[in-house]
Design a protein around this ligand. Structure first.
Ligand code: MN3
Length: 199
């Protein structure tokens, strides 16, 4: 059973003005589709064929660069589309908010730490909110790595992630990554983050 490019639950224009339609369309139909197709090619005919993506990522050490890069790219973009929503959603509440407060002090402090991780990731990569046992931490990873991978410096379950590859923002924001990351904050789907937090 091959991996399939996920369908978005909203249109390419739906995240404007924070993320423009052209960026969304290229990102989904070219970049994410490319990772998906290349992942299928990389696992075809190997012992990985038919395995779930999380199982593959959790045992990524020793796999080829093609599996690592495209497996990460496939998983990371699935998460990225789902943790965004047109207009965002109300701020986190309940157990997720409690965990954020316990781990970072406040929602505002978490935002600072998360944005800082996104801005200081040199080159291409991702910033994450990661669930570990019973606490939340922020990390960033290079390229298409993610916290599920056994090669990650900070391991755990990613429940929020922002793509800071230039292809995620360059058409609209050029070199202004801070503007993109702050815009992203307006379209976070906290309901989905909470769903992932609860497992
Ligand atoms: Mn991307």
């Amino acid at each position: 059973m091959a991996f399939e490019l996920s369908k978005l639950s909203y249109s390419y224009t739906a995240l404007e003005p924070y993320i423009d339609a052209r960026t969304m369309e290229l990102h989904h139909t070219k970049h994410h589709a490319g990772y998906t197709n290349n992942l299928n090619q990389a696992v075809a005919g190997t012992v990985l064929e038919g395995k779930g993506i999380e199982e593959i990522l959790k045992n990524i050490s020793g796999q080829s660069a093609a599996v690592r890069n495209n497996g990460g790219g496939y998983y990371n973009h699935n998460l990225y589309w789902e943790v965004m929503a047109p207009g965002g959603s109300p701020s986190p509440e309940g157990e997720l908010l409690e965990a954020i407060n316990e781990s970072f002090g406040s929602l505002e402090k978490f935002r600072e730490v998360f944005v800082q991780a996104a801005l200081t990731r040199f080159g291409s990569g991702w910033a994450w909110l990661v669930l570990q046992e019973n606490k939340l931490v922020v990390s960033s990873t290079p390229n298409q790595d993610n916290p599920l991978m056994d090669v990650a410096d900070v391991r755990g379950l990613p429940i929020l992630g922002v793509d800071v590859w230039e292809h995620a923002y360059y058409l609209n924001y050029q070199n202004r990554r801070p503007d993109y990351v702050n815009a992203f904050w307006n379209i976070i789907n906290w309901d989905e983050v909470a769903r992932r937090f609860k497992g």
